[in-house]
Design a protein around this ligand. Structure first.
Ligand SMILES: *Cc1c(COP(=O)(O)O)cnc(C)c1O
Length: 390
C-alpha cells in the first residue's frame, strides 16, 4: 500500500505502522527479521582456509588478524577476542579490580546480559535510570542518586543503604565520566551494541580504560558468537590475554599454568568469520544510517510516535532502529507489536526493565521512572543493513 495514499488517515493505528514499515522495506522481503547477518565478503574464503589448514580452534592467524583489525577500527592499542560479549564484560570488571560484593551501576533498561556479567564477576548490579534522549544512563539522575546514597570510604564510594562498595559503572558520556571521576568509579564501556558508532567523533570501544564488544549473531558484526575487550593499557591487555587462555605460560611443550583462569578465547574459525564481517563494517554502518533516514522520512507524517534519532554529539550505527510512542499512546504498544509480527515484520519491544526480572527484583536501584516509562513505548523495527535502499 503506497504511503501517499489519501486513504491513510493521519492517525496512529497498528495498520498504519504496518504499511509504513512495508513502505520502507524492499518489496521482495516477505518475512522480515529484526536483524540478520549476510555473508557477502571474504567469509567463505577465510572459513575454508581454517578448515584446509586445520586451524579451527584456539590460536591461529585469524584471531590475531581479527584482534588487530578491531583495535584499528576502534582506535585502541589492544584488543583481546573472547567467546562472547557477556564474557568480555565479566573479564573487564574482574581484571579491572572488582571485589566480590562490589556494586556496579548499570542502566535499568538494557540487555540482561550486562547485569549477568556483573554477577559472574562477583559483583551486584545496581540499577540506575536512563535518559529519554539517549537511552543511556541519565547523568542528572545518576548525580542525584549518588549524592543521595553514596558515601566516601577509604577505598572508594560506598552505598550507605547496603553498606557495599560501589565500584564501577557501564556508561559512556563525558558528563558521566565526570561523575565517575568525582566518585572514584571505574568506567567500563559497554560497547556491546556500539561497534561502528562514534561519540564526539571518537569510535565507541575507545571511550574508557576498558571496553567490551559483542559479535553475537544479531549484532552489526558477527563471528557466530564472540566478544572482545579493548584497552590501551599494555599490562592490562597482557593480563587479560593470559587469564582468558587458562593462564598458560608460553613454552614450546610444557603445560605450565600459574593462576586460576578462564578458557574464554575466541576460536580461530569464529575470528575468521568476524574478520570478514569487520572488513565490511563501514559499509554496514552506511547502509543502516540510510535505512534509519528512510524510516524517518516515512514515519514523519504519522502523529503519535517518532523514530529514535541520535543525539547531536553521537554518530549511531543504528544497530536497532526504534520507534518511540508518544506519552499517552502506550495502549497501542501491544496491538502494534501484534499487527506487525502477524504481517511478517519482526518487531520487538524494549527489554523488560531488569528490576522487574525475578532474579534482580531485590537489587539496589535508583528511582527508575524513565526506564519504566520508555519500556512501555519502544518498538524496535527490522534493522538489517541489507534492507537499506541503495
Ligand atoms: C549483546 C549484548 C550483550 C551480550 O553479548 P553476548 O555476545 O550476547 O554475550 C551484553 N549487553 C548488551 C547491552 C548487549 O546488547
Amino acid at each position: 500500500m503506497p504511503v501517499s495514499s489519501a486513504v491513510l488517515a493521519e492517525m496512529l493505528t497498528p495498520q498504519a505502522v504496518v504499511s509504513r514499515i512495508r513502505a520502507v522495506l524492499p518489496a521482495t522481503e516477505a518475512n522480515v527479521a529484526l536483524h540478520e547477518p549476510r555473508f557477502q565478503g571474504n567469509e567463505k574464503r577465510y572459513l575454508d582456509d581454517c578448515i584446509d589448514t586445520g586451524w579451527v580452534s584456539y590460536g591461529g592467524a585469524y584471531v590475531e588478524r581479527f584482534e588487530g583489525a578491531l583495535a584499528k577500527a576502534c582506535g585502541t592499542k589492544y584488543a583481546i577476542a573472547v567467546t562472547s560479549g557477556t564474557v568480555a564484560l565479566q573479564v573487564a570488571l574482574s581484571t579491572g579490580g572488582l571485589r566480590p560484593g562490589d556494586e556496579v551501576l548499570v542502566p535499568g533498561l538494557t540487555f540482561v546480559a550486562s547485569a549477568n556479567a556483573i554477577v559472574h564477576a562477583g559483583g551486584v548490579p545496581h540499577f540506575v535510570d536512563v535518559d529519554e534522549a539517549t537511552f543511556g544512563i541519565s547523568p542528572v539522575a545518576l548525580a542525584a542518586h549518588l549524592d543521595a546514597v553514596g558515601e566516601v570510604g577509604s577505598d572508594g564510594l560506598y552505598n550507605r543503604v547496603t553498606g557495599r562498595r560501589i565500584f564501577a559503572m557501564l556508561p559512556v558520556l563525558d558528563s558521566l565520566r565526570e561523575i565517575a571521576k568525582r566518585h572514584r568509579l571505574l568506567v567500563v564501556e559497554d560497547a556491546t551494541e556500539a561497534l561502528g558508532s562514534r561519540y564526539k567523533g571518537r569510535p565507541c570501544g575507545s571511550l574508557a580504560p576498558i571496553s567490551a564488544l559483542s559479535f553475537n549473531g544479531n549484532k552489526i558484526v558477527t563471528s557466530g558468537g564472540g566478544g572482545a575487550i579493548l584497552s590501551d593499557d599494555a599490562a592490562l591487555a597482557h593480563r587479560i590475554r593470559h587469564l582468558t587462555t587458562t593462564a598458560k605460560q608460553s613454552h614450546p611443550w610444557a603445560f605450565i599454568h600459574d593462576e586460576v583462569a578462564w578458557n574464554f578465547r575466541l576460536p580461530n574459525i569464529n575470528a575468521a568469520l568476524g574478520l570478514a564481517q569487520l572488513e565490511r563494517l563501514p559499509e554496514a554502518v552506511r547502509a543502516k544510517r540510510r535505512l534509519h533516514a528512510r524510516y524517518s522520512d516515512v514515519f514523519v507524517s504519522l502523529p503519535g510516535l517518532r523514530v529514535f534519532t541520535e543525539a547531536p554529539f553521537a554518530e549511531s550505527n543504528y544497530w536497532l532502529i526504534s520507534l518511540v510512542l508518544d506519552r499517552g499512546q502506550e495502549a497501542l504498544l501491544d496491538p502494534i507489536l501484534k499487527a506487525t509480527n502477524m504481517a511478517g515484520l519482526a518487531t520487538r519491544p524494549a527489554w523488560v526493565p531488569m528490576h522487574h526480572l525475578p532474579m534482580y527484583e531485590q537489587n539496589p536501584q535508583a528511582p527508575l521512572p524513565v526506564a519504566e516509562d520508555l519500556a512501555r513505548r519502544i518498538i524496535n523495527v527490522p534493522s538489517s543493513p541489507f534492507l537499506s535502499p541503495e
